[in-house]
Design a protein. Structure first.
Length: 295
């Protein structure tokens, strides 16, 4: 009888530009919606860890913010999170949308991961929607990738190959988390992210980037009901009026949408109270960004 393969476990950093599918991939591998997903850039604002436990390996996945070109403190904070993940991982997966191909940003992220000693896997996403001859793909072979592959998190194509490529390059190790653990983030943080996702879905294109969510109460005293109170932070009074909406219609729609997602996450009824708070300059103050979990 062949011996059982050695168990492997370690950190896999998911790196790339905004909207290349990092959050969707992590959610699919974990089997639970942990990271919010919208078609708008700058959706992921913090390091989010998801745990995929396989028969002979455990992938500790880090969903990182998409690389930001701006110079504001929020952009700097998001880029630092991606850089830290790239330097501190066991395997770096640099994702790029096959419809746009490999470019300078992806090459820089791969180089940063290599500087920390991690093997780099080049991953082309949106395989099911890619043209027959994707532009700028595959990346240059001389860059020395541990593997080059394509996948579609939406259809599941290529996911088994991706997990195998990551697992075989992780260190031999027992599981780092128990099999029932899905993330290292507290539920109140995940609830705040789901409220922000609902706001992204309901509001106009330009407003969500000036909005943050802070859960100020998360009461689990009752077994059949969780009470959540959250503030939606905006920088200008005019934005507050938009988020509240005429007669409170917009904030009500956001609440209905968010409550449904939080109930799915928690598996119980949720009483959700949302308030819009005017907080000028929240995105420009490093200490405030840290308190919101963006560091």
């Amino acid at each position: 009888m062949a011996p059982e393969p050695e168990h492997r476990a370690g950190v896999v950093a998911l790196l790339g530009r905004p909207n290349v599918g990092k959050s969707t991939l992590m959610n699919e591998l974990v089997g639970e919606k942990l990271a919010i997903v919208t078609p708008k850039p700058q959706t992921t604002r913090s390091r989010l860890l998801g745990i995929a436990t396989l028969p002979n390996a455990q992938l500790v996945l880090i969903d990182t913010p998409g690389w930001q070109a701006g110079t504001q403190p929020l952009h700097d904070a998001l880029n630092r999170l991606a850089e830290q993940a790239a330097r501190g991982c066991d395997v770096a997966a640099v994702l790029t949308d096959l419809r746009s191909g490999w470019g300078e940003v992806e090459a820089a992220l791969a180089a940063g991961a290599r500087s920390g000693g991690a093997p780099v896997i080049a991953v082309g996403t949106q395989r099911d929607r890619a043209p027959a001859a994707p532009p700028a793909w595959p990346p240059p072979a001389e860059a020395g990738f541990a593997a080059v592959l394509t996948l579609s998190a939406r259809t599941g194509e290529g996911l088994a190959e991706f997990t195998a490529a990551c697992a075989e390059r992780l260190p031999v190790s027992p599981a780092l988390y128990t099999a029932d653990e899905l993330s290292d983030r507290p539920l109140r943080f995940l609830a705040a992210e789901l409220v922000r996702e609902a706001a992204f879905g309901e509001l106009a294109q330009e407003l969500p980037y000036a909005l943050a969510v802070e859960v100020v109460e998360f009461d689990e005293k009752r077994a059949d009901l969780v009470r959540v109170r959250a503030d939606l932070l905006v920088e200008r009074i005019s934005q507050k009026k938009i988020v509240v909406g005429a007669g409170g219609a917009m904030i009500k729609r956001i609440g209905i949408r968010a409550r449904r997602e939080i109930e799915m996450l928690l598996g119980t009824k949720v009483h959700l109270d949302l308030f819009v708070k005017h907080e000028p300059g929240w995105a420009k103050r490093p200490n405030r960004l840290k308190s919101l979990g963006y560091y």
